[in-house]
Design a protein around this ligand. Structure first.
Ligand code: SF4
Ligand code: SF4
Length: 92
């Protein structure tokens, strides 16, 4: 089974509040590499040209923490989702 097929089996319970906060002023002023756009295994980060903002679809977060580590500017405040929320792995 391929990794994307395994990930498709996972279930998510989504909080209304994001557990990932991006400090956009840091992205705009200091970041040239934008590693967050490339490291997420769920491909959840994107750039919204209209808003000039990095956007993360937190509902699909796999809770690996990679984006927080990869952001060398420290612009990502990341915590685990509250209580019963977040990913439920179905295949290891
Ligand atoms: S890597 Fe960090 S600072 Fe750069 S765009 Fe992404 S969140 Fe912003
Ligand atoms: S914690 Fe992992 S899955 Fe969640 S947004 Fe960051 S890189 Fe993507």
């Amino acid at each position: 089974m391929r990794i994307d097929e395994k990930l498709a089996l996972d279930a998510f319970k989504t909080d209304k509040d994001s557990h990932i906060i991006i400090r956009h002023e840091i992205c705009r002023k200091q970041c040239t590499t934008k590693h967050c756009l490339f490291v997420c295994p769920g491909h959840l980060y994107s750039y919204n040209e209209e808003l000039d903002e990095i956007v993360v679809e937190f509902a699909g977060c796999l809770e690996c923490g990679t984006c927080m580590v990869a952001c060398q500017e420290g612009a990502i405040d990341w915590v685990y989702p509250k209580g019963e929320y977040g990913v439920q792995y179905r295949y290891g």
